[in-house]
Design a protein around this ligand. Structure first.
Ligand code: LMR
Length: 399
């Protein structure tokens, strides 16, 4: 209390719960059990349980240290060499679609999502339709911006995507609505739309004029770089305008260096220029400019044929290992009442198991197995060595 009896300013704040996913990192670290298993936060792990720096990144960083001659400011758009070098991988053979796509660098994929939603809001979007469950931070960013979240079911109970629900959302969104989709490797379910479903989604966007926002955080971790971008490209080919949020945190293993990009598809180059003048102003007011280091390393890789080859090989190894884990889970068939077979045809780092919060707690307390309360597991946390323990624990808990 102050002298005049009013509450101190900081006393007016309510305590917030720590981000549940990030809190798991600390909980896991504090567990002394040798055979504990971390299936929590979404980072790739090797068969040995490590998350090493890509060799291609190490080499590019070395070159950066040797050759960088200034750390002077760039601008709110960051390193455009990085932004442009990524575009053929994301958008394909005509990466600017005749000058209608351009981008800017952001602090991680989160920065790109934040910027996409803030810019949509500036363009009078009031509601964002989103398949649930989704990455929890999507909802947090929407709430922070004061945008309404209109949920629809992402998946059916049989482990496939719910096409009718997404088509319904696209039809319903209207002029002041937008629809946020995951480009590939859906987080947290691993359930992606099939090519036929993407074709129907693209058609629905084209027919209704609804604004698409596509979050691509895991390109290359699902079926391959090209296949993982196919749905996104189908949508962009059919619509006049769209936003794309992109992350290099996973496919270049740059997690803590925060490497992302935000792309806009505009109806014309003039529209694109105006949109970017707004995006730059938002970025300037929020983070001024993105951190440079990680994006510069990606730029160096993508411009050097040998480093590029090395990066692609490292990405292939990651994808093959996750596919192996998925195959092993599917082969196991079931654990208790949990059917594991759908996991074999899903994509990327994540799957969501139909377990209760109590069962998640028991897996943690009784077996040292850490996963999100939603039942999401990080597939890359499983190895040949710990898979039998995981399946046996799941069977014991989920009867
Ligand atoms: C995750 O979902 O685990 C990752 O995307 C990490 C994060 O920032 O939440």
């Amino acid at each position: 209390m102050t002298r005049h009896g009013a509450r101190m300013m900081l006393e007016r704040l309510n305590a917030q719960a720590p981000d549940a996913l990030l809190a798991l990192i600390r909980l896991y670290g504090a567990d002394p059990r040798e055979d504990k298993i971390d299936l929590g936060v979404g980072v790739y792990r090797t068969e040995e349980g490590d998350t090493p720096v890509f060799a291609a990144i190490k080499a590019a960083e070395q070159r950066l240290v040797d050759e960088q001659d200034s750390k002077s400011y760039l601008g709110p758009e960051g390193d455009m060499g990085f932004v442009n070098a990524l575009m053929p991988y994301i958008f394909g053979g005509d990466p600017t679609m005749g000058g209608r796509i351009s981008g800017m660098q952001t602090p991680g994929g989160t920065g790109a999502v934040r910027l996409a939603l803030a810019l949509a809001q500036k363009a009078a979007v009031k509601r964002v339709h989103m398949g649930v469950p989704s990455w929890p931070n999507h909802a947090q960013i929407l709430a922070d911006l004061g945008l309404e979240l209109v949920p629809f079911d992402h998946a059916r109970g049989d482990g496939t995507a719910d096409l009718d629900a997404v088509l319904g959302a696209i039809r319903e969104a209207g002029e002041d609505g937008a629809v946020l989709l995951h480009g590939c490797c859906h987080n947290p379910t691993g359930i992606d739309y099939t090519p036929d479903q993407w074709a129907a989604i693209a058609e629905a966007f084209a027919e209704t004029g609804t604004f698409p926002i596509i979050d691509v955080a895991y390109q290359g971790l699902g079926q391959g770089l090209e296949d993982d971008a196919a749905g996104l490209r189908m949508v962009l080919a059919k619509v006049p305008e769209a936003f794309v949020a992109y992350s290099c945190d996973k496919n270049f293993g740059q997690y803590r260096d925060r490497v992302g990009a935000f792309y806009i598809l505009g109806a014309s180059s003039d529209a694109l220029e105006t949109a970017f003048s707004n995006a730059n102003a938002l970025a300037r007011a929020c983070w001024s400019m993105p951190p440079d280091h990680g994006g510069a390393a990606v730029r160096i890789i993508l411009r050097d044929p040998d480093l590029k080859k090395q990066w692609l090989a490292e990405l292939d190894t990651m994808r093959a290992r996750m596919r192996q884990v998925r195959d092993a889970l599917a082969e196991a068939g079931s654990a208790g009442r949990i059917d594991l077979t759908p996991l074999g045809s899903q994509n990327g780092l994540f799957a969501t198991l139909p377990v209760t919060k109590d069962e998640v707690a028991r897996l943690r307390e009784e077996h040292g197995i850490y996963m999100a309360a939603s039942g999401r597991i990080n597939i890359a946390g499983l190895t040949t060595a710990n898979l039998p323990k995981f399946i046996a624990a799941l069977a014991a808990v989920a009867q």
